[in-house]
Design a protein around this ligand. Sequence first.
Ligand SMILES: Cc1ncc(COP(=O)(O)O)c(C=O)c1O
Length: 392
Amino acid sequence: MRNFEFSDTLKRLPEQFFANLVLKVQALKKQGHDVINLGQGNPDLPTPQHVVEELKNSADNPNFHKYSPFRGQRFLKEAIAEFYKREYNVDIDPETEVAVMFGAKTGLVEVSQCLLNPGDYSLLPDPGYPDYMSGIALANAETTLMPLREENDFLPDYQEMDESALDRAKLMFLNYPNNPTAGIANKAFFDETVEVAKKHNICVIHDFAYGAIGFDGEKPQSFLSSEGAKDIGVEIYTMSKTYNMAGWRVAFAVGNPSVIESINLIQDHLYVSLFSGIQQAAAKALTGDQACVDELVATYEGRRHAFISSCHEIGWKVSAPKGSFFVWAPVAKGFTSEEFANLLLEKAHVVVAPGNGFGEYGEGYVRIGLLDSEERLREAVERISKLEIDFK
Ligand SMILES: Cc1ncc(COP(=O)(O)O)c(C=O)c1O
């Protein structure tokens, strides 16, 4: 069989850091071990039934068996505008300020190709969601990393950044509630971001994947709620986490019309839009009964309590997240992130993601997904307690 050489573009793609971890987990499972997998970000609960029913019903609609409109169904774009008005009091024009996408991952990778030329710079959070880097690599562009430090509530500090780095940046990726640190952003931070972006002519891409998941009664802030945000950026929202629809692949970008047009334009060439049945079910999720979202947040909050209180019982000083479904936990003294994650995997059969996989500033932490029942989360900590690690 002839082996065809991959393009230089593909060769530029970063290595999949977590692929090795997945292989190790598979090997342990194959040996018959009961593995508690808290290493990934895949919601464990099903899509709300009324959304599933909507897809079933819409599958019978012969109009939906044809190609969908290239830029998405008008009814979905109207539902998105209604959702943003209801949830965040933000006005969105369904025609010019919404782009429907095959999941946030796709959109986040596309947007770099839409807006960056080879050699252009983009600002990225460190630690951060790895796919931002993939898009930048495909565009043959460059990155400047913005450290997210615990003492700064995991927000970038624009004051400490080089003016020249800000001047040369064309794009900035942000993500709050944050994966992996679970940090949240307040309005003052987003207001400052708008100011910085305007001054330095930077387009802001705010990844709002965990927008619905805030604890202690605090609703996460939309970037678009800050005055002037729409002038300089977009927010990317996915149905994956709010409505447990990760397998459905539906998300959208809202905000600055030129960025929206660029996303729609690249998608005109890459795809026809999503199956209209999925678009109809997504519209139902956004505009229908939201009790399922409240229940989901309460479930994650219960899991957070179960996990964090068990950690504290064994002396592991883990901070309770304010948003997202992740816990960003410090590793025990004397371990690197990878050594600690390997120990938990091999000796306790508990999978966590080593923080250095998300960037240099992730070293010293592991990311734990609250993606199993309270009982299993408590059991995970109990297994860890048996390793007699000194957490002081
Ligand atoms: C921060 C962040 N952005 C985007 C995504 C991808 O979302 P989607 O399922 O819509 O591709 C994830 C999924 O884990 C995420 O954690």
